[in-house]
Design a protein around this ligand. Structure first.
Ligand SMILES: Cc1cc2nc3c(=O)[nH]c(=O)nc-3n(C[C@H](O)[C@H](O)[C@H](O)COP(=O)(O)OP(=O)(O)OC[C@H]3O[C@@H](n4cnc5c(N)ncnc54)[C@H](O)[C@@H]3O)c2cc1C
Length: 527
């Protein structure tokens, strides 16, 4: 076991589940699915896979930053969605980048873009490679280079007065927070993929962090961006806010590598939280739990966590028997105790028939320990468990959306029915669960998990069929194709239908102006 990144699955080899953990997981799932075939399908040795030779010869000036190693190329050719992991396990080498380039400076990025634009070679910006929507996959006939920003990993400058920092885009979450720690400040953006995703990837996909309200997307924390495009470098001015026309940063946030390469950003920071209070509330009826969550989201309380788990999710993730669901509430602040906020939230849950458990207050030191311990146990192991089950022909995947509160009941019923029907038809049974990852005054972001017994060799096609059914149901009920997982290549049909036509025309024109040769991540967002 090494600490190297896994080429086929999540995280590192060293952190993957131990044999005992796998046995325990499989035994637990087998009690629910006694007839399922849990044969383990180990990843193939990458060097034995039929990977075509690179079709690109780079000039000497770029040679030192380029790798043609097979494992490097394979690991950069897919993200980390269930369908990526399974295709890797099956030794599917349909689309493989020709080379991986690792620029050490912004000038290196400019040089790679110049070379690729001149030669008509596709460039796919790569951060941590945790895309779940086909964002880093070269689904192209022509040659491609994966542009790995990982060497641009420094916090370059901190402005403690305005509480902001200039940070290079290729820094992974833990290294970013480690560099900020001496300042007492934090970016406080913790997506579940935090450990293996980068600032640039978060910005390019408009990632959603762990906190349920207020600053949910990375957009909210962005002060200015520096982006290298084939047409030149675009840098916006550092400002707390501006009404000067359409905002330049809005063009590049969520641009998924199709309009330029984000090389650095000034990000807004916050003081590290010192006060925190958390509590779980059990409900007898799901409708009452939803109503309570809506009231809290509209009361201006801004909880750090306001995660409503439906009964199945509460049972699987928290071991709680909650007939109407479980609401996990947390408040935190760097400045003042949060008791009054939690008091008011619990008045609201009580009005809706909620039964609150014991409140837990945390001081500065234990807050850090508790938060990281909870985060590690509840989030970090899940992708490794998914991989262990994917090797054993299980379909384990998630999808997410957001809608306004007035549409939620119909959307949720429609999506749950579509998902359950699809799993029953395609897998002969399975489970769908729901939790809210984020809540806004005007609507929630429901996040669904699917667990189904698949057939080895068919699980990707089976998942694709389930995903199409649920995406159609989301669209039919007025939800968005993604609240925070981005569009990539996989969400294109639903994204194209969702966006207004004049906007699509403007986006195509922007692509034409910034990337006239059409080499930047072809196929995502626009054709
Ligand atoms: C287990 C798991 C958990 C996840 N949890 C969350 C979550 O909680 N919240 C969430 O929002 N997402 C989540 N995701 C999805 C994924 O982590 C996010 O989309 C993340 O923002 C991608 O960051 P990355 O650095 O890995 O980017 P990559 O996957 O490398 O790239 C993603 C896209 O951004 C582009 N890109 C990357 N860097 C740059 C750059 N510097 N300039 C221009 N374009 C660039 C790429 O070309 C690609 O289109 C999860 C994924 C997994 C597998």
């Amino acid at each position: 076991m090494t600490n190297a990144r896994s080429w086929w699955g999540w995280g590192t080899d060293a952190a993957a589940l131990s044999t005992a953990e796998v046995d325990e997981l499989v035994a637990r799932v087998a009690t629910l699915l006694p007839r399922h075939d849990f044969t383990d399908h180990a990843p193939p040795p990458p060097d034995e896979l039929p990977v075509p030779a690179p079709r690109i010869r780079v000039p000497d000036s770029l040679a030192a930053m380029v790798s043609s190693a097979v494992t490097d190329r394979l690991s950069h050719s897919r993200g980390k969605a269930f369908r990526d992991v399974v295709r890797n396990l099956q030794g599917d080498t349909s689309y493989v980048v020709d080379l991986v380039a690792r620029p050490a400076t912004e000038q290196d990025v400019v040089d790679v873009l110049d070379f690729c634009a001149g030669q008509g070679i596709a460039v796919i910006p790569y951060g941590g490679g945790s895309s779940v929507v086909g964002g880093v996959e070269p689904r192209l006939a022509g040659p491609s280079i994966s542009l790995d920003l990982g060497r641009l990993d420094q916090v370059v400058e901190v402005d403690p007065v305005s509480r902001a920092a200039r940070i290079q885009a290729g820094v992974l979450g833990p290294a970013l927070e480690r560099q900020l720690r001496p300042t007492g400040l934090t970016l406080r953006h913790f997506p579940q993929s935090f450990e293996f995703s980068t600032l640039g990837g978060w910005l390019a996909t408009r990632a959603g962090g762990h906190f349920a309200t207020l600053y949910t997307h990375i957009d909210d924390l962005t002060e200015s961006l520096r982006v290298v495009t084939p047409a030149g470098v675009s840098e916006s001015r550092r400002l707390p806010a501006s009404g000067a026309g359409p905002a330049p940063d809005r063009l590049f946030l969520g641009s998924e590598g199709a309009l330029g390469v984000i090389t650095e950003a000034w990000m807004r920071l916050q003081a590290r939280p010192r006060y925190g209070e958390t509590v779980s509330v059990v409900f007898d009826e799901y409708a009452a739990a939803v109503a309570a969550t809506r009231s809290i989201s509209q009361a201006g309380l801004h909880p750090a966590n306001c995660r409503l788990l439906d009964p199945a999710e509460a049972f699987i993730q928290a071991g709680e028997d909650a007939a109407g669901g479980l609401l996990i509430l947390a408040f935190e602040s760097a400045d003042h105790p949060m008791d009054a906020w939690l008091d008011r939230a619990l008045e609201i849950t009580a009005d809706h028939g909620g039964h609150a458990g014991a409140r837990r207050a945390r001081d500065a030191d234990t807050e850090q320990r508790d938060a990281s311990a909870t985060w590690r146990s509840s989030f970090l192991r899940m992708p490794y468990q998914r991989d262990a089950l994917a090797r054993r022909s299980m379909i384990v995947e998630t999808f997410e959306t957001a809608c306004t509160w007035d549409r939620f009941d119909a959307l949720h019923a429609g999506v749950m029915t579509a998902a359950q029907d699809a799993i029953d038809r395609i897998c002969g049974g399975g489970v769908v669960t729901c939790r809210f990852t984020h809540v806004y005054a005007d609507g929630p972001a429901p996040y669904y998990s699917v667990y189904g017994p698949g057939r080895w060799g068919s699980t990707v096609a089976q998942w694709d069929e389930i995903k199409a059914a649920v995406s159609d149901a989301i669209a039919a009920h007025g939800g968005t194709t993604t609240h925070h997982h981005a569009v990539g290549r996989d969400h294109r049909p639903w994204y194209d239908a969702e966006r207004p036509d004049p906007f699509a025309a403007a986006l195509r024109a922007a692509k034409g102006a910034l990337d006239p040769a059409g080499v930047l991540n072809p196929g995502v967002l626009v054709d």
